[in-house]
Design a binder for this molecule. Sequence first.
Ligand code: ZN
Length: 374
Amino acid sequence: MRFGFEKLAQDGAARAGVIHTPRGEIRTPAFMPVGTAATVKAMMPESVRATGADILLGNTYHLMLRPGAERIDRLGGLHRFMNWERPILTDSGGFQVMSLAGLRKLTEQGVTFKSHIDGSKHELTPERSMEIQRLLGSDIVMCFDECPALPASDKAVAESMRLSMRWAARSKDAFGDRPGHALFGIMQGGVTPELREESAEALKAIGFDGYAVGGLAVGEGQEAMFGVLDYATGFLPEDRPRYLMGVGKPDDIVGAVKRGIDMMDCVLPSRSGRTGQVFTRHGVVNIKNARHQDDPRPLDEACGCPACRNYSRAYLHHVFRSQEIISSMLLTWHNLHYFQVIMAEMRAAISEGRFSAWEAAFHAARAEGDIEPL
Ligand SMILES: [Zn+2]
């Protein structure tokens, strides 16, 4: 069975569809939880699935350093290793080398760097990134690219983008023909329309199974990000999935879907679950706040997750303050569940041609704010 994308409905620029893979269907718009080190922190894989996730993301940079791609391959691949049989997308390692590794050296060939774990020296090139993602057994493989640190001059952004396009061609060559697996290209070009268009044209000439919008959600702000998406998705093919990398907060996700994005990933729901930050229909709730300590009500009356069905705000406050492990488990579950609820509601709204009304209700509920203290 081959990889394929089917657009089922469109409402304005927002699209609903399905990505077919041998490991199962991915309903779009899709939110991908991040399983950095072969685990979505504080969650069992079956719990991740129970939140409604069809696919999760693994990080090439982390996995190549520890436990190592060759070791994961010997142990049967990443799906088996982490007990997640559904689709996995892996990033190329490029972005995290730029943001995490020490002593980087960038050349036309690739990047050499020192591990942030033990200082050991490594090299990532388009060819090595494709090899690692093949060893992991990734279903959706990302091209190796470079993302310049902001702020950067137009000249620097252009040079970086063109390097990434040469690396995209090398990634495609190295990926080869792998039926059932997909390779996505990554559009760069910062916030400059001409560079975004040049990048998209270069990628389309190479030809990919899907197209990501890279170089956003790196501190430019929501307005600038939406500004790019307003025109950039229009440079991409209609019949391929579009992936916005590293996004985001609930309102970022809704705004991206509105502008024609089909896939997103972010550590925010899981990371926030561990720091006591909870996302609900009514905005952000900080569970460590003392206002919750006598409150017998759930986080969100309408939420069907275990944290909301079975526990009070008072309990969640207590276990967070006591640094009990169940706090991270419950709050992460709630956050991931809520993100998947947003996706499911958007898919339904797009299919039924009422996305604008849904979006207005989404913002209205957030504007109301959290329930009044008792
Ligand atoms: Zn909940």
